[in-house]
Design a protein around this ligand. Sequence first.
Ligand SMILES: [Zn+2]
Length: 135
Amino acid sequence: MAPQTTWNSLLEEWAKRNWLDVSEVAEALLEWLSKDGFPPKTMGSRDLGADWHRTAAFAMCNFALARANDVLDGPDQIPSQVPFTLTCATCNNEGPDTYAEAIDEGWTRIAYFPAGVSENFLGECLVCRERDEQA
Ligand SMILES: [Zn+2]
């Protein structure tokens, strides 16, 4: 195990929203840390000490593992623990308050998007979908 490489992978896979990889990498790092493997440098400098980085790595791996599994286990990869707020990735149109309503209204390609500013999910609204289909 190269914990720094694994930690860096966790961050990359999270940013790319590769939930299966997030789950696997977080689990591997948690196992390493639980066997007293040395921690990766998480945030801040090495001067903060191994306890700092171990605690941060544990917390973030547990969070990432739980969230990734919530996405993977949810119907249509919609995590149950995340409030449903939806925006159209193309026109910024706001979606309805529930996934079921969004499907009824013709939204497609709805996906969990943790980097959203005011929304947790991105999708494509009916107007943009129809425009794309005509082009
Ligand atoms: Zn739209």
